[in-house]
Design a protein around this ligand. Structure first.
Ligand code: NAD
Length: 476
């Protein structure tokens, strides 16, 4: 059993003041594999005090010192890549084939932040002014469970690059992954107090970060509901907020696309990370007259995907992270059926032989209309909704007819058309013809999908305050 009863404050692992224990459950088997002792508001305040105390000297660190720290942090993660990947499989249910990549992604974020410093101008001259970019101060980092390592390192990398100290509250569902990552942070030899990590609930530790006036900025990834709560709670202390929130991303396949590539790619990308990806293309828009072909290709793709034990090398889809997520997916599948969508494949319940864990059937619905719940709400599970359009104009209007605006996908043989559609899509990231993400480029959402941008130079800029000085060269 793994019992975690420490938090990380001022460069040391210490016992939390909080005493509440939270059971850690393996989503593949539903068996408990340990527990974590949750920190409380007092622990949050202790961590914030340590970050505040370290803040003034870290703000004066040189760019080279910060680059060295980022390099060491990245190296120490890669040194324990296998252990970190195993924890990701055990605690989250990540398929083995994805887990190592997840750790590399986390380490890579830190290198990207280091490279963002390469030519970054902390001082610019504009007219007769000197414009200085200064670290914003203590940053409260709050992250979800669906990509714990990389969510933390994306935010941590930007903060360190900017010269900010941090207090981190990862998801309570990622306590084992947090423990290992924190050990990596500890062995990287970062000055005491610069990075502090507190296990705990959002409503206690997270809420304290959000209202505490010694925290200058919250960098949050999670649901739109909690993102809005955080934004409200930060008003009185006038914090900066970067919010990376939910999505209901469209995937538009135009008539001239190669459907034998675009449809399998659409299904697989919707189901990536066990269907628990904020940026998943969960609304697939196809020409009305091609629907039967799309249904066949989608069904064949799902049949070719192995749903199974995450520890097995060829598993593509593992379990949902918790019973709550399992029930949420069931709720939406029921809603789809009840509201009249056509079930192409999948449906309610567990896949055969996988009754013991939180496994769901990868599910595709066709004849989904815009009013249906499954077309509007973020499901956060492997459920794809196929909608049809008659004209491209209709497709783009439907794609934008959502409160969200995180990602968008376009497939077409006509690149000019693809780029025109990309300019009309209301989303922070657009991927054309199966292109992957560029992790050095900004990531974030339009509309209810968030505020601010992460990664690379844009992530760094979000952690800086700008000061304009005139008369800096004026002698009395
Ligand atoms: P969540 O919003 O429930 O929780 C996220 C974090 O916020 C957790 O650490 C939680 O403990 C904390 N929290 C909860 N209530 C809080 C409060 N009142 N004050 C402060 N902190 C609080 O999200 P989740 O269920 O962990 O993750 C899934 C959600 O995250 C999905 O909506 C998904 O789309 C989103 N997400 C977005 C991105 C992105 O980059 N846009 C990436 C990954 C996940």
């Amino acid at each position: 059993m793994k019992n975690i009863d420490q938090i990380y404050i001022n460069g040391e692992f210490v016992k939390p003041n909080g005493t509440e224990r939270f059971e850690l459950v393996n989503p593949t088997t539903r068996e408990s594999f340990g527990s974590v002792t949750l920190g409380d508001e007092q622990d949050a305040r202790r961590a914030i005090a340590a970050a505040k105390a370290a803040s003034a000297s870290f703000a004066r660190s040189t760019v080279q010192e910060r680059k060295d720290i980022l390099q060491r942090l990245s190296d120490s993660i890669l040194e324990r890549i296998d252990e970190l990947a195993e924890a990701n499989i055990l605690e989250y249910g990540a398929p083995r084939m994805a887990s190592v990549g997840r750790v590399k992604l986390a380490a890579g974020n830190l290198i990207d932040s280091m490279e963002a410093l390469e030519n970054f101008e902390f001082i610019k001259y504009i007219g007769k002014a000197k414009v200085v970019a200064e670290p914003v101060g203590v940053i409260g980092i709050i992250t979800p469970w669906n990509a714990s390592y990389s969510q933390i390192t994306a935010k941590l990398g930007a903060a360190i690059a900017a010269g900010c100290t941090v207090v981190i509250k990862p998801s309570e569902l990622s306590a084992l992954q947090t423990q290992l990552l924190t050990e990596c942070i500890h062995s990287a030899g970062v000055p005491a107090g610069v990075i502090n990590v507190v296990n705990g609930l959002g409503t206690t530790v997270g809420a304290e970060f959000t209202r505490n006036s010694d925290v200058a900025m919250i960098n949050f990834t999670g649901s739109t509901r909690v993102g809005k709560e955080i934004r409200r709670a930060t008003v009185d202390s006038m914090k900066r907020v970067t919010l990376e929130l939910g999505g209901k991303s469209p995937n538009i396949v135009l008539d001239d696309a190669d459907f034998t590539k675009a449809i399998p790619a659409a299904v697989r990308s919707c189901f990536s990370n066990n269907g628990q990806a904020c940026v998943a293309g969960t609304r697939l828009f196809v020409p009305e007259h091609r629907l039967e072909e799309v249904k066949r290709l989608a069904r064949e793709t799902v049949e070719s995907i192995k749903v199974g034990l995450p520890s097995e090398a060829d598993t593509v889809l593992g379990p949902q992270v918790t019973h709550k997520q399992y029930l949420q997916v069931q709720h939406y599948i029921k809603a789809g059926i009840k509201e009249g969508a056509e079930l192409v494949i999948g449906g309610e319940g567990h896949p055969d032989g996988l009754e013991q864990g939180y496994f769901v059937k990868p599910t595709v619905f066709a004849n989904v209309t815009e009013e249906m719940t499954i077309a509007k709400e973020e499901i956060f599970g492997p459920v794809l909704s196929i909608l049809t359009y008659k004209t491209e104009e209709e497709a783009i209007n439907m794609a934008n007819n959502t409160d969200y605006g995180l990602g968008a996908y376009i497939s077409t043989a006509n690149l000019e058309k693809a780029n025109e559609l990309a300019s009309r899509i209301q989303a922070g990231v657009v991927l054309i013809n199966g292109a992957g993400f560029e992790m050095k480029a900004p990531f974030g959402g339009f509309k209810h999908s968030g505020i601010g941008r992460e990664y690379g130079v844009y992530g760094l800029e979000d952690c800086l305050e700008i000061k304009t000085i005139t008369g800096f060269d004026l002698k009395m």
